[in-house]
Design a protein around this ligand. Sequence first.
Ligand code: ADP
Ligand code: CDP
Length: 239
Amino acid sequence: MSATPAAVIVAIDGPSGTGKSSTSKAVAAQLGLRYLDTGAQYRAITWWMLNNGVDVSDPERIAAQADRPVIVSGTDPQAPAISVDGADAAGPIRTQEVTSAVSAVSAVPQVRARITELQRSIAAEARGGIVVEGRDIGTTVLPDADLKVFLTASPEARAARRSGELKGKDATGLAATQQALTERDKADSSRKTSPLKKADDAVEVDTTELTLEQVVECVVTLVEKASAEKAGRMEKAAR
Ligand SMILES: Nc1ncnc2c1ncn2[C@@H]1O[C@H](COP(=O)(O)OP(=O)(O)O)[C@@H](O)[C@H]1O
Ligand SMILES: Nc1ccn([C@@H]2O[C@H](COP(=O)(O)OP(=O)(O)O)[C@@H](O)[C@H]2O)c(=O)n1
């Protein structure tokens, strides 16, 4: 008799515009898992620093304030929510001002330690399983995740996707969007503390030529396989 699928922890990492958020939400909703957007948490702490007059070009000042904001993340994939000091932050964390400052704030070790601890406790509470998306989930936050996926896409495809999202809200052209993405990737990949990096045991999926539906289907298949394998191992251990 085949075992009931086991609850799994899924780590989805990759650079900006590769489809992490869209894919993670859809996979979690389809499989009844919780969902955590860790980029939203780094955006939230950045928003707090900007609102509280902290000089975001000064790592020491950021470090000194890193413990202060109270960040609460919802984990419903159908209605992702985030608040800072009790205020809804879902809208304000997506502004250009926050996007431009987030890599500098998230590079500060005290910020990463604080947010990493929060992420681990949320994952531990998700008894039925969770999809956690970010930059360092498979390498640092949840190195024992049951499945690690690393999404990639060409810089041109990523910029075209982001530029489509910004249309009407931002006058930035495609070339400027690509330039901003490249700079953020470079900052995220070159920082000392848990840089953006594919974990050695992550499955890499290049989404450049795939539709979002195809990526979701591919990741759902990988999660189902990881879940069945885990259930098999648990059943064997219980015998
Ligand atoms: N495979 C894909 N093909 C085309 N557009 C996509 C694909 N995956 C995601 N998108 C679109 O690209 C944009 C960025 O996706 P998102 O999931 O926010 O990426 P990330 O979280 O990696 O930054 C969104 O508008 C999304 O709908
Ligand atoms: N696990 C994570 C997630 C995000 N981040 C930081 O947070 C920023 C915003 O993440 P995001 O996922 O919202 O970025 P987008 O690609 O969606 O614009 C990234 O550029 C990183 O600087 C991080 O350092 N570690």
